[in-house]
Design a binder for this molecule. Structure first.
Ligand SMILES: [Zn+2]
Length: 647
């Protein structure tokens, strides 16, 4: 590496103020956007114009078999082409139909094996690179579910999750968000197949055993947004440009959950940014073993079935995944060091959508919940907080982007954008920049410095105002950022009700029954119920109060009667928190009920803390329950719970 020179680096960012340049100076990269440290490829030498994936889905061998074809142009003279790969079995490399020698170099964990193709090329040379290969049992992107792990129980199921750096275990590629291309998919499968793209055709093979699905993604996307799902999947309309997909037994419930809000979300997002460019917006609800909340695959968000609550209360996850259609998918971080550009912006847009549809109070309420999450998340990091709680991350030592994953890019990112909005005078002043920014960088990949340069350029008459923002703290200081002024109206109701319960339980327990009524929570949405139940728990061990004391248990018993809707709720966000209170109060009748519930959910957010709780009060039951359901969980979830239980 040549020595750093501020003058050349700064020339990429003509709009930054001298004050900001001084702060950014030591961090400014020499190239713009900054190079991605989480790839072993030499992507910066090439441009990929188009990519084609030809796959056969083999449920029998649990493998994808086939080839990938890239239409590539050399940007510089280059001796060899290096792609990312991880646990792939590669059989042939062809360039313009001629066989070419290649070498898979030794693995460099966690980034995989550099896949070196000996092909000298000159600047502007364009060629077709075809690689024939199969995935292997070690593939980290694909989950192959046995029929027993699905809701239907009869057919197998496949789904992928490539973000951040698992695409390289599904197909050899420049596995960096800095490289984007259009995609074509030709997929042969025995079961219905969805991908991140638009369906072109669906034809049965001559032996009538398979179907060939042709899809096209005309908008350039990075490798981590490539996806596949194949299984007993059916669809139902949830709007003029939206379909929800799931296993057949679940489809009516999914349709009910989303048909009211999806188109409103899209229209609202369009009014905040600009037209939705991807044509269709669909949602695939995966089997219960989906370990995460959602993943923003273009055209087809993958989501957890815990969103299906029967009360349309968890749909904000859909607002989030939809918002990614602009932030993340149209404009992408150039590396996971700048992941906040994807997630912070998406949380910001998600909350703006909620604000438009339900009022500013709701935007602020959601932000307060996020603030608490951020605080908890940074506290739980322990020593690693000094490294992983900064907004701009440093992954240059080849560290696994999965290790740096946390609430920080989401909530610190949101709060910084909210601070900028506030500093500029509010949404009216900030809104024109949203449209400008997304238009300026669409189809591209960028770093935090390009974002700041665009901001300072757009508000060139407000440099002094922007300079008042403490950029050093926001971008590079670990820990909590400066706290904004939130509107606390909605959250205060939850705090007050919780305080009333605890204070009466402590001093006048005989008055509990007459002091509360089901009307107290009649107007609460699931987030307010969540905050109320979370707040109750914060009183445990405060000033000698315990939920497992005589008074605490009495309060829980009165609450079960007055707020009976908690016990009968189908909303996982509520059910989980209700169980948490019952187990903290050592209400023994609830233990087997929680054990049964653990056979119906697979999202790690609920499964892991539930086992920890159960283990605390009844280890035998926790172990028995895990033994019964462990193979219904996703392998990542199974491994984490094992760690949590110490087995
Ligand atoms: Zn997201």
């Amino acid at each position: 590496m040549a020595s750093f020179s501020t003058s050349t680096a700064a020339s990429h960012y003509p709009n930054l103020s001298p004050k900001l340049l001084e702060i950014l100076g030591p961090h400014l990269p020499k190239s713009s956007p900054e190079f991605d440290p989480s790839t072993l490829s030499n992507y910066y030498n090439y441009k990929v114009h188009d990519s084609t994936l030809n796959w056969e889905v083999s449920f029998q061998d649990k493998k994808l078999k086939g080839s990938v074809i890239f239409d590539i142009e050399s940007l510089h003279d280059s001796e060899e082409l290096i792609l990312d790969s991880s646990y792939l079995s590669i059989s042939n490399v062809l360039i313009d139909s001629k066989k070419i020698p290649f070498e898979l170099k030794p693995r460099q964990n966690p980034l995989g094996s550099p896949f070196v193709i000996s092909y000298p090329s000159t600047k502007s040379q364009r060629f077709k690179l075809e690689i024939e290969y199969e995935t292997t049992d070690n593939c980290t992107a694909l989950q192959w579910l046995d029929p027993a792990q699905t809701d239907g129980g009869k057919l197998p199921y496949l789904f992928s999750q490539c973000e951040p750096i698992h695409a390289r275990s599904m197909f050899p590629c420049f596995d960096t968000p800095a490289v984007k291309s259009t995609f074509n998919y030709n997929i042969k499968s025995t079961l219905n197949t969805l991908v991140s793209g638009l369906l072109v055709s669906k034809d049965t093979t001559s032996d009538a055993k398979h179907t060939v699905y042709k899809y096209k993604q005309p908008v350039p996307i990075p490798s981590y947004l490539v996806s596949i799902a194949s299984g007993d999947i059916v669809g139902a309309s949830i709007g003029p440009r939206s379909t929800v997909y799931s296993e057949p037994s679940f489809i009516d419930a999914c349709q009910y959950e989303f048909k009211e809000d999806t188109e409103n979300f899209i229209k609202t997002a369009e009014s905040l940014v600009f037209k939705y460019e991807w044509k269709d917006y669909d949602v695939l609800i995966l089997p219960q073993s989906m370990p995460f909340g959602g993943m923003e695959h273009p055209n087809c968000t993958f989501a957890t079935p815990t969103l299906i609550a029967g009360d349309r209360e968890n749909v904000d996850v859909i607002a989030h995944e939809l918002a990614h259609s602009w932030s993340g998918n149209l404009i992408t971080n150039c590396s996971f060091e700048h992941f906040w550009l994807n997630e912070g912006w998406t949380v910001y847009l998600e909350r703006r959508i909620l604000g438009v549809l339900h009022g500013e109070k709701h935007r602020h309420f959601s932000a307060i919940i996020g603030w608490t999450d951020l605080d908890n998340s940074i506290k739980s990091m322990g020593e690693t907080a000094s490294r992983f709680s900064t907004l701009v991350q440093d992954l240059k030592d080849g560290c696994d982007p999965d290790d740096s994953f946390s609430t920080v890019p989401y909530e610190k990112g949101f709060n910084m954008l909210f601070a900028i909005e506030t500093k500029l005078g509010g949404t009216k002043e900030f809104d024109p920049f949203i449209k400008f920014y997304f238009d300026k960088f669409k189809y591209g990949s960028l770093d935090s410095y390009q974002f700041l340069d665009a901001l300072y350029g757009f508000y060139s008459d407000k440099t002094d105002l922007l300079d008042e923002i403490d950029w050093q703290t926001w971008l590079y200081t670990p820990g909590m950022p400066p706290k904004p002024d939130f509107d606390t109206t909605l959250v205060d109701q939850c705090y007050k009700l919780a305080e009333k319960w605890v204070s009466i339980a402590k001093s006048n327990p005989e008055k509990l029954s007459e002091s509360f009524d089901k009307k107290d929570i009649a107007e609460f949405g699931s987030s307010q119920n969540g905050v109320f139940l979370d707040t109750l728990l914060t009183y445990q061990d405060q000033d000698g109060f315990k939920w497992n004391s005589e008074n605490g248990k009495l309060a829980i018993s009165v609450m079960s009667e007055k707020y009976s809707k908690y016990a009968t709720s189908h909303n996982a966000e509520v059910v989980f928190r209700w169980f948490r209170l019952l187990l903290t109060g050592e209400v023994k009748e609830s233990y087997p009920k929680l054990a049964d519930w653990l056979g119906t959910v697979g999202r790690m957010k609920f499964v892991r803390p539930s086992y920890v709780l159960l283990n605390k009060v009844d280890r035998e039951l926790a172990l028995k329950t895990f033994k019964k359901y462990e193979f219904g969980y996703h392998p990542i979830c199974r491994a984490m719970v094992k760690k949590d239980l110490g087995i």
